[in-house]
Design a protein around this ligand. Structure first.
Ligand code: SF4
Length: 303
């Protein structure tokens, strides 16, 4: 990358007392300039520990909201105002209330990939890396898992003692990774292990050797003695996989493993956001109070 851009970013970060956090799914160049790169859980937890007064978030809007909910006093700036996750909106408040009436002992478990409005109606948040552990610690026999149905079904498969109610939300990127494409990719690379994110369909999960969050996939591949892997998640993960494992081979299973919202974020938008500190995340006080509780409960239970 251009040395001048690096120098400008370093200067602006110092002037604005800012730290850049980026998700594994953003463009390689953005991951390169970030101070920290990680998955949703790592970034949410890290946001509570960084000393800088400004957090510049390279990810979709629910991630910035979570960082703001956990850091009321800090300025949280999004690298791109329009980078939004469609799945984050795929749960209805009216449906949550209806389920609560129908199942009085239910715990509403909300994947962090959700808006603050949906979190505010929930009992606890989870990420793909801690969902099984956190749900297993809940005393409630009934679990309403929102918004992602695939992740909910994966968690339910690990916890047969709980009764799950599912919601029909989905991530279009993971849902479009087809079992047929994976079977063809396996024929092309018969020695490769299949590493899959639990937002994929049950058919794809059934064909996989390892299922985990993005950071768990990276750790698994890095620690594995194997040299070839087929990867079923968004293609931004290949940057970190290749950085950590220069001698290993990683293959996508289709040409569609790309999140258009994550890929909106460019180095130019990071520079602009650092210069202007806009758009800053701002949330209604009452909503924040309610939405913060399930996030904090997740951090407590994940300890
Ligand atoms: S990859 Fe899926 S879950 Fe992640 S931001 Fe994109 S649409 Fe949302």
């Amino acid at each position: 990358m251009d040395k001048e851009i690096r120098k400008t970013i370093a200067r602006l970060k110092e002037e604005k007392d800012a730290v850049i956090l980026a998700h594994y799914y953003v463009d390689d160049l953005v991951q390169e300039i970030a101070d920290y790169v990680g998955d949703s859980y790592y970034l949410a937890e890290l946001a509570t520990r960084v000393p800088q007064k400004t957090i510049l978030f390279c990810g979709v809007s629910f991630m910035g909201e979570s960082a703001k909910l956990l850091n009321e006093d800090k300025t949280v700036v999004m690298a791109d105002a329009d980078a939004d996750c469609p799945m984050a909106h795929m749960a209805e408040v009216s449906r949550i209330r209806e389920v609560r009436e129908q199942y009085p002992d239910v715990a509403v478990v909300c994947y962090v990939n959700s808006t603050a409005r949906i979190k505010a109606e929930s009992d606890v948040c989870v990420t793909s890396s801690n969902a099984v552990r956190i749900v297993s610690k809940l005393p409630n026999p009934d679990i309403f898992f929102i918004p992602d149905e695939n992740l909910g079904r994966y968690v339910a498969g690990q916890l047969p003692e709980k009764r799950f109610i599912f919601n029909d939300g989905f991530c279009h990127v993971h849902r479009e990774i087809a079992a047929g494409d994976l079977i063809s990719a396996k024929e092309l690379h018969p020695d490769a292990l299949v590493l899959t994110h639990p937002e994929c369909t049950q058919e794809v999960l059934a064909l996989s050797d390892f299922i985990g969050s993005t950071s768990q996939i990276i750790d698994f591949a890095t620690q594995s003695d194997h040299n070839e892997f087929l990867v079923c998640t968004e293609n931004g993960i290949f940057y970190e996989l290749c950085q950590k494992n220069p001698g290993k081979k990683f293959y996508p299973v289709s040409q569609h493993q790309c999140c258009p919202n994550m890929k909106r974020i460019r180095v130019e938008s990071v520079l602009r956001a650092l210069e202007t500190l806009e758009p800053a995340v701002s949330l209604d006080c009452e909503l924040s109070e309610k939405a913060r509780l399930p996030l904090k409960r997740m951090l407590e239970l994940a300890k």
